[in-house]
Each structure stands twice: as C-alpha cells, then as structure tokens.
Design a protein around this ligand. Structure first.
Ligand code: SF4
Length: 301
C-alpha cells in the first residue's frame, strides 16, 4: 500500500518543493508541511523561499499571494476550488466605485482579497498587522476592505482615524453570537476566552483577548492560564493541543470550521506534487500593482 506521507516527502525532494500550510488546515496536512502559520507568516516565507515549487495548502487568495510575491516560482494549490467567501465579497469594480466617492483616500485591503482588488489598493494587511498598517498612514480617513468586522476592530483601537468600511465578513467567524460567549463563561469560569477580530463586534467586545491566529497562539503559550476557549477556526485548536499538551482548549462554537480550508487532504497534497496541479497564474496587469501593495505591507515594521 502506498505510504502517502513518504511519497509526499520523496516528491517534495524530487521537485525541489516547499509545502506551506495555513493554521486552519487539517492536522494531517499541517503534519507534512515545512511551514505552518497564518497569512502574514506564510506570505513572508513565500517571498523568501529558495525552492522552485511552492505547494500552498490554504485557499485561493493565499496561493495567489505567494505567486505575486514569487513570480518566478511554480505555485500549486492542491484543491482548485478552495476559495474564500470573504475575498469574494468584493470586486475590483466595486472598490473603484467606492474610491470614486472618496477621492485621494488611501485603501488598505485585507490579504483575504483577490489579486485584482489588491492591485486597486495602496497597502495590504493581515489581521496580525492591520492596526500597525492603518496607524502608519498619515491620512485621517482610510478605506478598509473587505472585512467590516476587522475594520471595526481597527477603528475602535485607533480613534483618531476615520475608517470607511466595506460590508464583507467571514461566514465562518460570523456564526459566533454573544450568547455563545456568555454560555462558555458559565461552563468554564476558569478559562480565558481568546477571539479573532473577524468575529462580530458584539462578540469581540466580550473577549479576554482579541488577536490574529498567530497572536492567539502566542497568548496561549505565554499565559499562566491552563484553560482556554478559542474563538477562531478549529485548526488553531489542533495546533495548540499538539504544541501545549499540558493546557486545555475548547472551541467557542462548533461551527468554527471553514469548509474551504478543510478541502485539502493528504491525498490532495500528494496529487498536487505528482501531477503539478493546480498551478496558479496571476495576469501581469494585476500582479505588478498587487505586488507593490503587498511589498508596502512587508516593508512596514
Ligand atoms: Fe475565508 Fe473565513 Fe475561511 Fe478564512 S475562515 S478562508 S476568511 S471563509
């Protein structure tokens, strides 16, 4: 019988490939990856990797971002239809229309967006650096797309700024309601509740800590607390349980499972390497502009 893990490692060497996996990927996929992390971490790896092939275990916009940052590499997305409903909630045309209503106002786009939307924006951000990116702009008014909840969180932290928000949201994080937080408080009174800013502001307001995937992981590592309730995608819990076996983790809502992130299986990674599929292409007319938007983000320390 074929040992898929061994075959993946053999093909990885043969193709001179690197495997990147987002924290929301299945545990079996995270296990074969060379790098596991959030969008910001993986975009930095994609920009600096020496290998010829990048197998991106995540969703479409992530593989596209890797291709934009490393145009000379072959970038493969193992599951062709792994998309992101949040990224699909805005089009370049819609953004151009919004910009025409606010001439001269800079645009910050969340990395969860298409190459075309990035090309229409001034600087990109992730949930790990959104505050820093918006704060670094000299302008008072800033257009922030497409995640309204993340934008609302940034606006509350930076009261001197005036954010113009797009009405997009992550359908997975949107499932969490304030009652879910109230319930787990009663159930686990000793626990700290860590929540991603893609959740609704009414949920974020009840958190003990608000942060991106990497910030939630870091917080759980450094806190003295032993029990945590995690308000982001379930993949983060798998990662935390493996990394911190002496601590306890519970999911804030059973619906915190991104179906697109779960499409990639071990077999998909194997097939991707074997058949060189599915190769990501970004038309140069968007790629060069989108690259500048991403590079501005990477330059802001
Ligand atoms: Fe998109 Fe939400 Fe899934 Fe992330 S968790 S890929 S934002 S739908």
């Amino acid at each position: 019988m074929l040992n898929v893990k061994l075959e993946i490692n053999r093909l990885k060497k043969e193709r001179n490939a690197v495997i990147l996996a987002h924290n929301y990927q299945l545990e079996e996929v995270q296990e074969v990856a060379d790098y596991v992390g959030d969008s910001f971490y993986l975009s930095k790896i994609a920009a600096s990797t020496q290998q010829d092939v990048i197998v991106f275990c995540g969703v479409q916009f992530m593989a596209e971002t890797a291709k934009i940052l490393s145009p000379q590499k072959k970038v493969l997305l193992p599951e062709q239809d792994a998309g992101c409903p949040l990224a699909d909630m805005i089009t370049a045309e819609g953004l151009r229309e919004l910009k025409s209503k606010h001439p001269g106002v800079p645009v910050v786009c969340y990395i969860n967006s298409s190459a075309e939307v990035k090309a229409e924006s001034d600087v990109c951000c992730t949930s790990a650096n959104a505050l820093k990116i918006v704060a670094s702009l000299p302008d008072k008014k800033v257009i922030f797309v497409p995640d309204e909840n993340l934008g609302d969180y940034v606006a509350k932290q930076l009261p001197d700024k005036e954010l113009i928000l797009w009405k997009g949201h992550c359908v997975t994080h949107a499932k969490v309601k304030p009652d879910n937080v109230k319930m787990v408080r009663q159930q686990y009174p000793q626990a700290e509740i860590l929540i991603h800013p893609e959740c609704d502001p009414s949920v974020v307001a009840l958190a003990d800590f608000v942060g991106s995937t990497s910030e939630i992981i870091q917080y759980a590592e450094q806190s003295e607390t032993k029990t945590f309730v995690i308000g982001t995608e379930v993949g983060v819990i798998c990662y935390l349980k493996a990394k911190l076996p002496h601590k306890e983790f519970f999911l804030l809502h059973s619906g915190l499972v991104c179906p697109n992130m779960k499409k990639t299986r071990l077999e998909s990674v194997y097939e991707a390497l074997l058949k060189n599929q599915y190769e990501i292409q970004v038309p140069e007319k968007f790629a060069s502009q989108a690259r500048q938007t991403l590079e501005r983000m990477l330059e802001i320390k």
